[in-house]
Design a protein around this ligand. Structure first.
Ligand code: GLN
Length: 463
């Protein structure tokens, strides 16, 4: 690069050419963007937001941005260009930030690696042989490689926090209903929420502040300021007891985080959460059930790619779904219809809903003795592409720590943690519903000792 770039604010201004080149060069290695165009969106800032104004950002490809494709990482929607923009994106644009492209993801948000994308495999900026995580792996990799100062993702069962932790960045999964889902393509509607990934906590916070709040186009949205009981400070942090199911890297990072919390002056209490054992089966039952219903609309007639030729309408639907969906999506649609089939709902779906309530009550109990709760995000650091480290079933079992927050609707923040054997090992904090501000507080007090690490091949260009 010929000239020194000093600030993200110049990326789309005086640095426009150099910035584009930087993204092209770096993304050749990372493969995070599915579509990149700095000029597609006309942004007229309505506010003078000191943090966001002028910043470029990336959007996960299941969140609508008018004029860009919205493929959800699926062949089914390969040709679909969104005619409208998600509320969350609109609100960020109103603060002067500019969407510059759409980033890779596991098909319809189903996966933990980004390898389930129909289009490409995204690489971890710290080691190309490893995954960036998923399903918002494109968002995390783009941020970690220094391509954008922040990216939007969605979190149904950990899809923001797990890739954030694999790539050493912050990842916020807001309280369910805090951010409008209008314009987010539905996977499991009762679990998911739009959130943000960034190397900077002040940007994470500013994006959340911009996105949050009531939206008449999503009736599950809430006015956070009205419901949050302003408990200004975190004094006590609960830490979950962990065992050997968590690998050594994560255990090391966990110990270092506890030490850092103590040094920051927090009281620490160790807690057990017996219901966590049941989070994964409950999550996959509920998520698959909702997915089987939400994905029924892709039949080649109402939505989704239409086969070139078919004998009759039945054949058309069968062909559209057979050609359009990848194996993981098919697996979950079949699982979902299985758990919902008539006469068996008591056995699976309703049992899962009871577990969901038990998990929520378990969190209530923990938050009686502490203000926030720390736990690992994932039992390992970033794993290798393919099945060598974790096969698809083991990847699901490993969602133990992330899915609980979605089942209970709670806010959670993944923070960078430490570097272990050259890979980031993040942690997460959970808070009572509507208490995101507690997460930011504890995040800020660790930011000095545990900042987002720079990947060796992708040194910081902009501050
Ligand atoms: N690993 C989870 C799954 O495969 C992630 C889901 C998500 O948050 N979109 O369902």
């Amino acid at each position: 690069m010929s000239k020194t770039l000093t600030s993200w604010k110049e990326a789309l201004g005086s640095d426009a050419k150099a910035y584009k080149q930087l993204v092209m060069d770096r993304d050749a290695k990372v493969a995070s963007f599915l579509e990149f165009d700095t000029k597609r969106c006309n942004v007229a800032s309505l506010h003078d937001n000191p943090v966001l104004n002028g910043l470029p950002f990336a959007v996960k490809d299941n969140i609508a941005v008018s004029g860009f494709h919205c493929t959800c990482g699926s062949k089914m929607l390969e040709l679909f260009v969104s005619p409208y923009t998600a509320t969350a994106v609109e609100r960020i644009m109103a603060q002067g930030a500019v969407p510059v492209g759409k980033v890779n993801m596991d098909e319809f948000g189903m996966g933990s690696s980004c390898d389930n994308s129909a289009f490409k495999k995204t690489n971890n900026p710290f080691d190309s042989a490893r995954v960036a995580g998923g399903s918002s792996g494109g968002s995390a990799a783009a941020v970690a490689a220094g391509l954008v100062p922040f990216a939007l993702g969605s979190d149904t069962g950990g899809s923001i926090r797990q890739p954030a932790s694999f790539c050493g960045v912050y990842g916020l999964k807001p309280t369910y209903g805090a951010v409008s889902r209008y314009g987010l393509v539905a996977y499991a509607s009762s679990l998911e929420v739009i959130g943000v990934l960034s190397k900077k906590l002040d940007i994470t916070k500013a994006v959340f502040e911009a996105m949050k709040g009531i939206d008449s186009r999503d009736h599950t949205t809430v006015d956070l300021d009205a419901v949050s009981r302003e408990k200004a400070v975190v004094k006590t942090v609960a830490v979950l007891k962990i065992d050997n199911s968590v690998n050594e890297s994560i255990r090391n990072a966990y110990q270092a985080s506890i030490t850092a919390l103590r040094a920051a002056g927090y009281a620490i209490v160790e807690v057990d959460m017996p219901t966590l054992e049941y989070a994964v089966p409950a999550y996959y039952t509920i998520a698959s059930a909702e997915a089987s219903s939400n994905l029924a609309r892709y039949n080649g007639i109402r939505y989704g790619r239409r086969p070139v030729y078919s004998e009759n309408p039945d054949e058309l639907v069968r062909q559209a779904r057979d050609e359009g969906f990848g194996p993981e999506v098919k697996l979950r649609v079949i699982l979902g219809t299985y758990v919902l089939r008539s006469g068996f709902q008591e056995q699976y779906y309703q049992k899962a809903q009871k577990i969901r309530t038990a998990i929520r009550l378990d969190f209530d109990r923990v938050f009686k003795s502490a203000d926030v709760l720390m736990m690992p995000v994932f039992p390992t650091t970033a794993f290798r592409h393919g099945n060598a480290d974790l096969d698809p079933f083991q990847q699901k079992v490993a969602d133990k720590f992330t899915t609980a927050a979605n089942l209970a609707g709670l806010p959670a923040l993944a923070v960078p943690g430490t570097m272990e054997n050259g890979l980031p090992a993040g942690m997460q904090f959970l808070a009572p519903a509507y208490h995101e501000h507690l997460l930011f507080q504890v995040g800020e007090s660790l930011a000095g000792t545990m900042p987002a690490p720079a990947a060796p091949d992708f040194p910081e260009v902009y501050a």
